[in-house]
Design a binder for this molecule. Structure first.
Ligand SMILES: [Zn+2]
Length: 498
């Protein structure tokens, strides 16, 4: 873990807020620290009013932006004094907290402030960074995690017991900081969640985050817990193509809409799936609650999407809050599937989100494996994970709702031949994932280009199915394309044929 700070890039930043955005992007571009909306940062600085007066301000990353691409406009300026005063209250739920913050917003068109806003207000440092750093989670998400946190980080980053994101967590961060900080303190460890680092200038604060992650990594190395087991990548076969298409059909039937799969058979994934303790380890839950929004609490082991759905519904019934609106409950389809022959399959609304989900689970695999190498990996109780799923969830619904008009092919997979009347760009714009066979184009987010000829032999079809999990249509001008038994079988497994 080395610093990406670059003096020249930093000197190009016109002011403190630009510099804040710059180091936020450095954090956000390191997937070992931050995955997809999983972190936030802030800056305390003067805010100049139009009349020339100024006030102390907290710029906190707003919701809806990703640290990897954050710009000054993505930070919400809040009057610091009033924001901090909210921490004097005894209790505040999330709605109350958001309503309490509203009057202190200094720019009317700024984004909604992060749910972690008060956490950033709770410590006095000018810069504050919050991530879900893999290495820290691999140390603390263990049966002896509390004790290990004290051994590894001590007063350098005191441990804050688990609370859900929002008011309660910010209160406890403030109390822990005030009680336990010393001259050496550069951050806080958030139990079952992540890490906070801070500093009075941009570079120190960013590098303090790296220092905490490096300290965790050094501990894991010292316990021989860094190395990850591997196993051979299974071949892509006719049987695995059919199994993948069937899996996609079954998951889509449970979800009620067509899903796209991302398939990962890397040796690291296969090594995880081959573990004797897999159900116990992967059945614990995610290393930080936010990941459950993409991955759900636990994966499906094998291919029985129906049994998973029953268990998921039982989990919702047992743990959903009494006042939960049933319309806001997630569907019961698995998002992560672990199978000894298929590897990891991640399901989502489109190829991009399926790939994001798969990448996130790769990090979960590393964290759980490393934790299990030096201790027993533990996650939060199911009820706490479900609260996070409900609180941050619904992003898929958000993507699907407008799609009915603007992206009618969302979730569909088209196999495009060179003579197709459909332009690939149009198909992609309509939401489809595309496998282009023998077309002069290159891979893009929802596009895989195969350099095969257009005869659709079995080898080409097998390769095509492994791109996104199935085939819904073959686009060609030929009136009745020759349909091999394999192609017929694959098309019969399309979730659109119900
Ligand atoms: Zn967090």
């Amino acid at each position: 873990m080395h610093s990406l700070w670059n003096d020249e890039a930093a000197s190009r930043c016109a002011d403190a807020l630009e510099l804040r955005a710059y180091t936020s992007r450095l954090l956000g571009n390191d997937p070992d620290l931050v995955m997809y909306g999983g972190g936030n940062t802030s800056l305390k600085a003067r805010w100049r009013r139009a009349d020339g007066s100024s006030v102390e301000c907290l710029y906190v990353k707003g919701s809806g932006s990703d640290l990897a691409h954050v710009t000054p406009a993505d930070f919400t300026p809040l009057e610091l004094e009033g924001t901090r005063r909210l921490l004097e209250q005894e209790h505040l739920d999330t709605d109350g907290m958001m309503a309490g913050l509203a009057p202190f917003k200094l720019r009317a068109d700024a984004p909604k402030p992060s749910i972690e806003t008060l956490l950033h207000a709770s410590v006095p440092a000018r810069h504050v960074e919050h991530t879900h750093a893999d290495s820290v989670l691999a140390v603390i998400n263990t049966s002896s995690g509390r004790q290990l946190a004290r051994t590894v980080f001590g007063d350098i980053a005191p441990l804050v017991p688990f609370r859900h994101s929002g008011f309660e967590l910010a209160k406890l961060c403030m109390a822990t900081f005030e009680r336990e900080r010393t001259e050496r303190t550069i951050g806080l460890i958030l139990e079952n969640h992540g890490v906070v680092a801070f500093g009075d200038d941009a570079r120190t604060s960013y590098e303090n985050m790296l220092a905490l992650a490096a300290r965790a990594e050094a501990f894991l190395q010292s316990r021989n817990a860094w190395h990850l087991p591997t196993a051979p990548t299974p071949p892509k076969t006719r049987a695995s193509a059919i199994a993948l298409a069937r899996l996609r059909r079954d998951l889509s039937a449970v979800a009620g809409w067509p899903m796209v799969l991302a398939n990962d058979r890397a040796p690291e994934v296969m090594g995880f799936i081959a573990r004797a303790d897999l159900p116990d380890l992967a059945g614990q839950g995610p290393p930080t609650p936010q990941h459950a929004v993409f991955t759900k609490r636990v994966p499906l082991f094998g291919r029985d999407a129906g049994s998973y759905a029953l268990e998921y519904r039982a989990y919702l019934e047992a743990h959903a809050p009494a006042d939960q609106d049933p319309a806001g409950l997630p569907d019961s389809a698995a998002r992560i599937v672990l199978d000894p022959e298929l590897g990891l399959a991640a399901a989502s609304v489109d190829a991009r989100h399926a790939q994001m989900t798969a990448r996130m689970y790769r990090h979960d695999i590393r964290i759980a494996s490393r934790a299990a190498s030096h201790d027993r990996y533990v996650s939060l109780p199911p009820a706490d994970i479900l609260l996070a799923e409900l609180h941050y969830g619904g992003f898929e619904r958000g993507l699907r709702a407008p799609a009915r008009d603007t992206r009618p092919r969302l979730g569909q997979i088209a196999l495009v031949l060179p003579d197709s009347a459909h332009a690939i760009d149009d198909l992609l714009a309509e939401g489809s994932a595309v496998v282009a066979i023998g077309v002069d184009t290159t891979d893009r987010e929802n596009l895989v280009a195969l350099a095969a000829d257009a005869t659709l032999d079995d080898e080409t079809l097998v390769e095509a199915v492994h791109a996104f999990g199935g085939i819904d249509e073959v686009l060609t001008r030929r009136p009745e394309p020759s349909r091999s038994p394999l192609l017929q079988e694959l098309l019969s497994l399309s979730p659109l044929r119900r």
